[in-house]
Design a protein around this ligand. Structure first.
Ligand SMILES: Cc1cc2nc3c(=O)[nH]c(=O)nc-3n(C[C@H](O)[C@H](O)[C@H](O)COP(=O)(O)O)c2cc1C
Length: 171
């Protein structure tokens, strides 16, 4: 039977929630990024990594990509969560910036829109978001994106994981 592991890096909880939904749907193992060094990948056929996008960078993805050479022959996928709607230009740009063309050819990628949680962010991130809001206001005025980031929101959806679950079930 195909054995799958989901490793996730999460700060405010969205990526963890998606990782839990995936592990429930696939009845597979789940590990937090902090426990990555205790993980042995040998017994798994499929390994999924999930990280959140921080100013265009997928958190933890560098580590996951550095493991890829020893995961040769296994099925690999990366999912990223972010506040931007799926299909927005910033998301395709993030994939291009975080993975090389070669990596993208080997590793399947998925994006899940999540939201923002100002309550659970650390102070540096709250300050960064405040600078981002000011920048948006200056460049776009009262745009939809500007209005969206004014306060916390949660638009994570369990249905969003279906293509990833399907990908894992395909032999
Ligand atoms: C400082 C900061 C920068 C962010 N940058 C982006 C971004 O570039 N693109 C995006 O879509 N979302 C961005 N977000 C939103 C987060 O990616 C989103 O809230 C994510 O799901 C958080 O994951 P977590 O709850 O697992 O920590 C940013 C959030 C913070 C706090």
């Amino acid at each position: 039977m195909n054995k799958t592991l989901v490793i996730y890096r999460s700060k405010t909880g969205f990526t963890e929630r998606y990782a839990r939904w995936i592990s429930e749907a696939l009845s597979c193992d789940l590990a937090a990024y902090g426990d990555r060094k205790q993980q042995s990948f040998d017994s798994y056929d499929t390994i999924l990594f999930g990280g959140w996008i921080h100013a265009g960078r997928i958190q933890g993805v560098k580590w996951f990509l550095s493991q890829a050479p020893k995961l040769e022959g296994k099925k690999l996928a990366i999912f990223a969560t972010g506040a931007a709607p799926a299909g927005s230009p910033g998301i395709s740009k993030a994939w291009e910036q975080n993975l090389t063309e070669e990596e993208r050819a080997k590793i399947k990628t998925f994006y899940f829109q999540s939201g923002l949680s100002y309550e659970r962010m650390g102070l540096p991130d709250r300050l960064m978001m405040s600078a981002f809001r000011a920048m948006l206001k200056k460049t776009e005025g009262d745009s939809e994106a500007y209005r969206m980031v004014q306060r916390s929101f949660d638009c994570a959806s369990k249905d969003a994981i279906l293509p990833l679950v399907e990908f894992c079930r395909e032999s």
